[in-house]
Design a protein around this ligand. Structure first.
Ligand SMILES: [Mg+2]
Ligand SMILES: [Zn+2]
Length: 178
């Protein structure tokens, strides 16, 4: 079983500084649904790990987040893909939780749920905290330039050894070719 961990906002769907607060605001990044379908057809298990502090901020509730994820699952399935599980952190930056990236808590939960280690497991994100969480968990971080990614590559703390791709489709193309 090959596992891959994807960030959501800025990787699968277009990010918004105003947060994705409803299913209608969820718009896929070009090529991302096809990329997930390619992973699924190649036998990969696709799991999402996403910070959703909009819950803690009171911008949307758990029920709305569930409906947003139903939309995401439906769009992925319509495109021939499958997301096995979505792990999310509902906390805010000051809550001191262990799941909000850059903390590796969600990655550890995924490893435990999927009964696997994370060494060599690709973890694709657009933010520095995605890369840091993946590194802390011993996974293999990859950055995409969609969402916050083009700013992340210029960040002083960005590890230049991290592979960078234009988008999820490009990253998946690379992973499936190797
Ligand atoms: Mg993101
Ligand atoms: Zn959390």
């Amino acid at each position: 079983m090959q596992l891959i961990i994807l960030d959501r906002d800025g990787v699968i769907n277009e990010d918004s500084d105003a947060f994705i607060k409803s299913p209608t605001e969820w718009t896929p990044v070009r090529g991302s649904l096809e990329a997930i379908a390619r992973l699924h057809r190649a036998g990969w298990r696709v799991v999402v790990a996403t910070n959703q502090s909009g819950i803690a901020r009171g911008l949307f509730d758990m029920d709305t987040l569930a409906r947003i994820h139903e939309t995401m699952h439906s769009r992925v399935i319509e495109s021939g893909g499958l997301i096995d599980a979505v792990f999310f952190c509902p906390h805010g930056p000051d809550d001191g939780c262990s799941c909000r990236k850059p903390q590796p808590g969600m990655f550890h939960d995924i490893a435990s749920r999927m009964h696997t280690g994370l060494r060599g497991v690709p973890a694709i994100g657009d933010s520095l905290r995605d890369i840091q969480a993946a590194q802390a968990a011993g996974a293999m971080p990859l950055l995409v330039k969609t969402g916050k990614g083009s700013a992340t590559v210029r960040h002083a703390d960005f590890d230049p050894a991290t592979p960078v791709f234009n988008d999820l489709y490009g990253a998946v193309n690379h992973l499936l070719a190797n």
